[in-house]
Design a protein around this ligand. Structure first.
Ligand SMILES: Nc1ncnc2c1ncn2[C@@H]1O[C@H](COP(=O)(O)OP(=O)(O)OP(=O)(O)O)[C@@H](O)[C@H]1O
Length: 459
């Protein structure tokens, strides 16, 4: 399957130029020939010194460097380019099986990597992705909230949210695997979509997979596809998630829920960039960027043996942390205002939040984060009678004193209730508001949990 030839021209129909840095003449020539056949202008350097001279003279859309060079290494060259030509994509070629080098290069800001022996299909896919990158000056403006029609928007102007948006814009330009951490409902999937849309793969598919929702016995065929006749009922060839995301991004949500045998298979695909359909004899190359997320602590999952260390190492190359809503209370007025507008629709004036209601929202803990706020406001909109949402319409769970010292000054019953609430909330948060699982975690029956929720006014 060769979906990559010839490369498309940029808007100005400028020839694109690539710099190849490799001291092995055979490989250098092969790379140069392949790239020239793609219609690119290519210069080749045999050392970092020579490469730096070229960079000084010409503009390059991409640098492709070997890791081992006579007068330095690929990482050093990467550092030089990142420092002196910010935003210029550099891809590295690593020795066979050298996962450490690939990960180190991605962490240091490499656009992507290729392992030796270099597969020409992978090389073409990499080059095509790099050529689709806008120059840094053309990239989306990320300092302010985006309002492009139909585009998802990560709202918020707090320093933490600005930092997050800047990080997304930066990471969107690379092909490195990203792991998005953050509490339930904090915008992990939204961030993954933006990483996809703002990068060179934005026009290709974004495939989101909830790893916890696929039955274990179907996982392999769902992820990798199958050949006709591979098993009873396989009446025709079928593509898997990897093939569906070809050229684009595969978002593995709740990745901590992947069973261990599937983790082994996934690791292989990520390392080799090849998949084998169930029932197939041949592997096929896949060009997919992997973004993963979970609300669980992956490090703890590794420690407890639930998640493979080697896969963790591969997925966790760069971590993007989505802030919890309680960490960005200053963004609540903007977020709530936009949500109410959206819920009211184009032709209706949205209700306003009273000052007291806004204050309550800003002081609320939001264990379910932005998604919980959406639900709270939707309910409040249904309950409110005038044009203004009051604290009663929000129906927030009673405020809890957060500080132990503060709690100990309460009358005994209130103190005990507060402790109980804290424990229940924590269990609900850990189990993503699944009451059966939360009850199990607390060591009580489902009925006992329901009774307690009612008694504490938390239901
Ligand atoms: N900063 C934000 N601006 C606008 N909308 C947001 C923001 N953060 C989250 N949302 C919205 O909140 C909802 C939940 O977000 P999302 O599904 O991305 O969270 P998540 O962290 O992936 O959740 P889960 O852990 O349950 O998978 C979505 O409707 C999303 O659009």
């Amino acid at each position: 399957m060769n979906r990559t030839l010839p490369v498309s021209r940029n808007n100005e129909e400028q020839p694109r130029r690539v710099l190849v840095v490799d001291d092995e003449a055979d490989i250098r020539e092969l790379l140069v020939m392949t790239l020239q056949r793609m219609g690119l202008d290519v210069d080749a350097a045999a050392s970092t010194f020579e490469a730096e001279q070229y960079l000084h003279k010409n503009y390059y859309n991409l640098c492709l460097t070997d890791m081992r060079l006579p007068d330095g290494d690929g990482l050093g060259f990467l550092e030089y380019v990142t420092k002196n030509y910010p935003g210029k994509p550099v891809a590295v070629i690593t020795a066979y099986g050298s996962a450490e080098n690939a990960v180190a290069a991605l962490k240091a800001g490499a656009f992507d990597y290729l392992s030796k022996p270099v597969s020409l299909a992978q090389l073409r896919a990499l080059v095509n992705s790099a050529l689709k990158l806008p120059s840094s000056s053309q990239s989306r403006k990320i300092e302010e909230n985006q309002t492009a029609v139909g585009q998802p928007v990560l709202l918020g102007n707090s320093p933490l949210m600005l930092q997050t948006r800047q990080m997304i814009a930066k990471l969107a330009r690379s092909q490195a695997p990203i792991h998005i951490s953050g509490e339930s409902g904090s915008g992990k999937e939204l961030a993954a979509r933006l990483l996809h849309l703002d990068g060179p793969r934005g026009d290709a598919p974004f495939v989101a997979v909830n790893c916890g929702a696929i039955p274990e016995n179907l996982m392999e065929s769902e992820f990798f596809g199958y050949k006709k006749g591979a098993f009873t009922g396989a009446n025709q060839d079928k593509e898997g998630f990897f093939q569906a995301a070809a050229g684009g991004t595969l978002f593995l949500d709740e990745v901590a829920d992947l069973p261990l045998p599937m983790q082994v298979k996934l690791l292989r695909v990520i390392q080799e960039k090849m998949v084998r359909k169930v029932g197939a004899t041949q592997e096929e190359p896949v060009d997919v960027r992997i973004i993963s997320a979970t609300h669980q602590d992956l490090t703890l999952c590794v420690e407890s043996g639930k998640f493979r260390q080697d896969l963790f190492y591969r997925l966790n190359v760069i971590v993007l942390k989505m802030p919890a809503l309680r960490e960005i209370p200053d963004d609540i007025p903007l977020l709530a205002g936009e949500m109410l507008k959206k819920m009211a629709g184009l032709n209706t004036e949205p209700p306003k939040l009273s000052l007291a209601a806004l204050k309550d929202l800003q002081e609320y803990d939001f264990p379910g984060n932005v998604r919980e706020m959406e639900n709270i406001l939707e309910r409040a909109m249904a309950l409110t009678t005038g044009g203004e949402i009051c604290p009663e319409d929000l129906q927030l769970a009673a405020k809890q004193p957060k500080d132990m010292a503060q709690m100990k000054s309460l009358p005994l019953q209130e103190y005990l209730d507060a402790v109980e609430k804290e424990a229940i909330l924590e269990a609900l948060e850990k189990t993503r508001f699944n009451k059966t699982a939360a009850a199990k975690l607390l060591g009580i029956t489902f009925r006992a949990l329901r009774y307690r929720l009612e008694r504490l006014g938390m239901d």
